[in-house]
Design a protein. Structure first.
Length: 72
């Protein structure tokens, strides 16, 4: 991410050298962090799916929604 941020700033600086180029926005906005994982053979044999594991990781970070209110 540091390299990407640096390159965006460098490009914006290079573009600012042209007299007709105005309102430069480097467009850099850091995204969300990503977690990559692989299921071990024991996990596959136990019936775990990537969806199940991803859901557990998400719940660990953000919690789980137990109810939802509907406006009628």
């Amino acid at each position: 991410m540091d390299v990407l941020k640096s390159e965006c700033a460098e490009l914006a600086q290079a573009l600012s050298q042209y007299p007709n180029v105005i309102d430069i926005d480097d467009g850099f906005q850091p995204g969300k962090h990503q977690i990559d994982f692989q299921i071990k053979p024991k996990g596959i044999k136990a019936g775990l799916s990537p969806y199940d594991i991803a859901k557990k990781i998400r719940y660990a970070y953000y919690g789980a929604q137990t109810t939802k209110k509907y406006a009628y």
